[in-house]
Write a protein of this length. Structure first.
Length: 254
């Protein structure tokens, strides 16, 4: 047996997995870990992650700050619980006959919807690979979708890392663009110019011939954000790469 083998879970994981003994009774009836986390998520949804503090959550639930510490040991633990709770379970997998690609596309769209509903989630620090029960359920769901393929185990894990990274990056880009547009509108007292309008003032045909042509065609004349069509295009091209690997494994197997 490895003398360095882990025999105890860190405190935060004990809390996430429900293995920490909870208070037999709260300071007053009505306070619970679930209520604390729900209040923190509600604050973050309304006001952003920066507004979440132990004192602010205590105010939201109508108890003292010290009362919360009977259930949550620190703000870091609270953030971990919020991240576990907010995303919810993975989507139901489509019928097997629809194939792995439809399953992964649905998985990715559901993850994107979770980020859009709770954009503050993207600000929660990543402390390591997924270890919470909800996070692992998302990974398990993706691995099961890919199970019928001939991909090696490590390849299936790598595919899920690739896909989750793509979705997170897309979601972060959307949030950043919305934030920038909102700030510009507030500063200028009206809708900011679109990306296309700005490019028309900057792009010279001789120096940037392709950008000039695409701008003149109106390709950048949306509100300056990142459209659903662009995100879907990126998702499908990512899945094209996975499909090429799946097909290669099928050919190799004969």
């Amino acid at each position: 047996m490895d003398d360095n083998a882990v025999t105890e879970l860190p405190p935060t994981l004990e809390l996430l997995w429900g293995r920490r003994e909870r208070p037999r009774r709260g300071p007053k009836p009505g306070l619970s870990l679930e209520r604390i986390v729900a209040a923190a998520v509600a604050i973050a949804d309304r006001e952003g992650l920066a507004a979440v503090s132990m004192s602010r959550v205590a105010e939201e639930v109508g108890f003292t700050t010290m009362s919360l510490y009977r259930y949550v040991g620190s703000k870091d633990e609270l953030l971990a619980l919020m991240a576990e709770t907010a995303m919810g379970p993975p989507p139901e997998r489509p019928p097997a006959e629809q194939g792995w690609r439809a399953g992964l596309a649905g998985w990715a769209r559901a993850l994107m919807a979770g980020y859009e509903q709770h954009p503050w989630f993207l600000q929660v620090p990543i402390s390591g690979p997924p270890l919470g029960p909800v996070q692992l359920s998302w990974l398990e769901s993706g691995l099961q979708i890919l199970a019928p393929t001939r991909l090696e185990d490590y390849e299936r894990v790598a595919v899920m890392q690739l896909l989750s990274g793509f979705v997170r990056n897309e979601a972060q880009l959307r949030v950043d663009l919305v934030r920038a547009a909102t700030a510009a509108a507030a500063q200028e007292g009206g809708p900011p110019p679109t990306y296309g309008e700005m490019l028309r003032l900057l792009v010279d045909e001789r120096r940037y011939p392709e950008l000039f042509r695409i701008t003149a065609a109106g390709s950048f004349d949306d509100a300056g954000g990142y459209s659903q069509e662009e995100s879907e295009f990126g998702l499908q091209r990512t899945l094209d790469g996975v499909a090429a690997l799946v097909d290669a494994r099928e050919r190799a197997a004969g």
